[in-house]
Design a binder for this molecule. Structure first.
Ligand SMILES: CC(C)(COP(=O)(O)OP(=O)(O)OC[C@H]1O[C@@H](n2cnc3c(N)ncnc32)[C@H](O)[C@@H]1OP(=O)(O)O)[C@@H](O)C(=O)NCCC(=O)NCCS
Length: 199
């Protein structure tokens, strides 16, 4: 049986491990475990952050959905308040490849500035399920829990995901009643921008 609960700072270590398994070959993953720890703890500490976890019968984390109550200003504030510590945590990767610094800033800021129409909506930054539990509706369960939690603060949710070679994830959002509202480029990546009106 899967249970859902709000994530706390003590869960961050397990969140980072799960992120690395679920987001293989993603840019943020390439910044390393320390970076992911800092990134997720910054969101959990933020009064604007929302973090929900799915746990199995052994109380092990098998998925999470993490985002912000209001999209406007969230990424900028996260970068501004944590830039030095986030950079230090990612230092090995940033020293090897200094262009990663601008890529990190771009990744955060294009999400925020890509579409001005839904800035008062909440944003889903990251959702994942343990690879061996994929396709068991844990993702759906998490998304619904995230929506219920966010309803108190926002009238809708925005999110972005890759447009190409990503049918599973795009189908996942469409089958959960998200609407494709826009498309944009994040560097060379072509992105889909989805929204869901909650009230
Ligand atoms: C995307 C993710 C969170 C979905 O979680 P999940 O628990 O596997 O998803 P669910 O079981 O709730 O739903 C699966 C949905 O995906 C789609 N899907 C399932 N199998 C599919 C397949 N073989 N091909 C295409 N789409 C498929 C369907 O839309 C299905 O929903 P439906 O049966 O109600 O129509 C999870 O697979 C994951 O962690 N992926 C890697 C990380 C990632 O890319 N996250 C998204 C970042 S934006």
């Amino acid at each position: 049986m899967i249970t859902i609960r709000i994530l706390k700072l003590e869960d961050v270590k397990n969140i980072a491990v799960l992120h690395q398994m679920a987001f293989d070959n993603f840019f943020l993953t390439s910044l390393g475990n320390n970076f992911l720890n800092k990134f997720y703890s910054s969101i959990i500490k933020s009064s604007e952050g929302i973090a929900i976890g799915a746990f199995d019968e052994n109380d092990e984390i098998v998925g999470f959905a993490i985002g912000a109550k209001i999209k406007k200003g969230f990424y900028k504030a996260l970068l501004k308040n944590n830039f030095i510590s986030l950079s230090l945590c990612a230092s090995k990767s940033l020293i090897i490849r200094p262009t990663n610094i601008s890529r990190l800033i771009k990744t955060f800021l294009t999400n925020e500035t890509s579409n001005d129409n839904f800035l008062s909506y909440a944003t889903l930054l990251s959702i994942c399920v343990s690879p061996e539990k994929k396709g068991q509706k844990i993702g759906k369960f998490l998304l619904e829990a995230f929506e219920t939690e966010i309803m108190e603060y926002s009238s809708g949710i925005t999110l972005t995901t890759d447009r190409l070679n990503n049918d599973y994830v795009n189908n996942f959002y469409i089958s959960n009643n998200y609407t494709l509202a826009d498309q944009f480029n994040q560097g060379k990546r072509e992105m889909n921008f989805y929204i869901k009106k909650l009230k």
